[in-house]
Design a protein around this ligand. Sequence first.
Ligand code: MN
Length: 744
Amino acid sequence: MPEAHRKFGVERPPIGWEGKRLREMLEESERAFEETGRYCGIERLSLKESDPIRYEKIFAKLRGGLVNARETAMNISASPIVKEVGELCFAFYTPEGDSVALSTGIIVHVHTMSDAIKFMIWHDYEHNPCVSPGDIFTNNDPDIGDVHNADVQTFVPVFWKKELIGWAGGVTHVIDIGAATPGSVPVGPTSRYEDGLQLTALKIGEEDTVYRDHELRCERAVRTPMYWKLDERTRIAGCHMIRDAVETIVADEGLDTFKRFMREVIEEGRRAFIDRIKELTIPGRYAASSFFANQYKNEPGLPPHAQVDTVMHAPTVVTISSGGEFHLSMDGASPWGYHSSNCTPSAMQGALWVLLSQTVMPNDKVNGGAYLATRSFFPPGTWANPQNLAVSTGAAWGFLIPAFTGLFRLLARAFWARGYHEEVMASYGMTMNALQGGGTNHLGKPCSILNFEISTVGGGACAVKDGLDYAAAMWNPEGDMADVEIWEILEPMLYLGRRVKPNTAGPGKYRGGSGFESLRMVWKTVDLVLQNAGDGILFSSAGIFGGYPAAAGYRHNVHETDLIERAGAGKPYPVREYDPEHSELKGLVKGKHCFDKRTVTYPHPFKQGDLYLSWLRGGGGLGDSLERDPKLVEKDVNQGFLLPRYAAKIYGVKLIEDSAGSHCVDWEGTQELRKEMRKTRAQRSVPTRDYIASERRRVREARLVDPIKQCYNSCMKLSPQWAKQYREFWDLPSDFAFSLGDGL
Ligand code: MN
């Protein structure tokens, strides 16, 4: 009978614990948390208390399994972003999608993957398309759980007999995602429909085998299919290694013990976070603001409604209670816009989580418990929570990275207040400039470029030492710039040089970590577009306690150069810019110099011999620059971290240069100069109340540029409560809004 083959309406037995459906488990878990404030309502950590060594051993085995999966699986990938830079991460989740433990790497995604698993449970995937042993799922939809769609996630359910123990999850950042413009943080799309391939929590395989139709579809949707395919295999292999590790632990320890362990370790993570907040901070209300500019006015590649200059506002308020409750609000943030840098709440929560795991709880068991210990508010309609499926999130990091510098600075104040001076840090460096583009490479093959040197920028200055030079990015604490030869394999651009970029660090008693510059020459291609993506006209990496911000960026690319002829004639060629005011590029290369502060551009054509300067930013400074040890200034100048003329100008340090070009401190001269500078400061200074009064006049008279006024107007329109606060602070009429155009 044909009907015998029809399974419609057939109920499969539940796969959750104690005969429950996954959705039931998730509902119960959320209800218990709501009612008790504790994960799954757990009161006593009975396993941890009764057998602490065994408990720690289980955690160590699981954590070891995850790190092992990452370190092994990354070698399957051919993409330097994964293999060299380490832009991947693995984690293990409960059946309800709460993270239990994680590997190292791009740990921002531990939370976003949690959101994706919960999405599948809320949408009853257990019933349709079913969750069975050997199944493979994928997701890269930021509206569900992700930062941007270039971060592709894979999930494998882990079963013990017919019961789901949990989920293995892995994520890699792929080279190209088939967006309207090439690269994997496309700065060009103005709607979701240009962001490229969106895989909305899909089942992509069963019996440990990927469906052929999924593979073919993806291969045909991205510009670099070989890298895509190997990245997918990396994620699947890692998830399968985790499954093996978990099965071994369950066989050794017993299923009930492992289940109890999963519950307790998350609750322990939650309690540990609260303890750390209580230990490290003073309760109170901490506020900080960050800004970022998108310069798209007159950008011919964009539709007219997207050709605007906008300033993004990220006001951050953290309230810490005496009980260790941590609440973050971005009330007053700017509205979403027709650009690629909108974020979903999942991305914002992931970023909050990754930053807290590097500051508040670097030593504890890090998992979903820390997420449960925090609350956050990203207002609807803002760039941080658009509530509009149509917006582009292709380069969500563009706003997210500068926005969260505020969190770093306010945490620094909280740590300082409590006396934890070693934990204090100024803003991290922006992970910019992003060198991005695509076309045909030096081997005649289609290529897509996002140079992941961006995962190596300067760290913020600390209260006891300088920031780390060309260290890691805020989103991957293990960031690496990778060898130049690796990038030259992938990109049709030779490195003429890669070295320290002077003056990128924010000055202060302790300076920020320095960035570096790479000078690239386009090579063996006639079909290549490249774009700049960075900060330019606003300082987005602020200093703290009197320290200066890190340098804002600029663009210097050269088209139609005489470089190939120069090389042919054996003449010298540039290997760096070094000092933009006395540019070695300008001095040595004839051509069309694109040298300005337009640092976010649509992809523009480049050809063989053209030059592209990509320089990576430094971190913010801390403390008064006149208090910096002159010996450190001497060292910075001698090692190329500081241009000599700024030793006196910023630090009040007089240097004497010897015939070999080496500098040493003139102690007497320095003492005199600093005395003079302090005197000038005292003469220029005004009482705080006078300064505030003069700033108030400036606001009332609207003496600001239009993009700033538009920014504040739009924030006030979106949030009446923030508008009230702003107007009251500046003593403005209750219906105040800036009029445009007549300010300066
Ligand atoms: Mn990514």
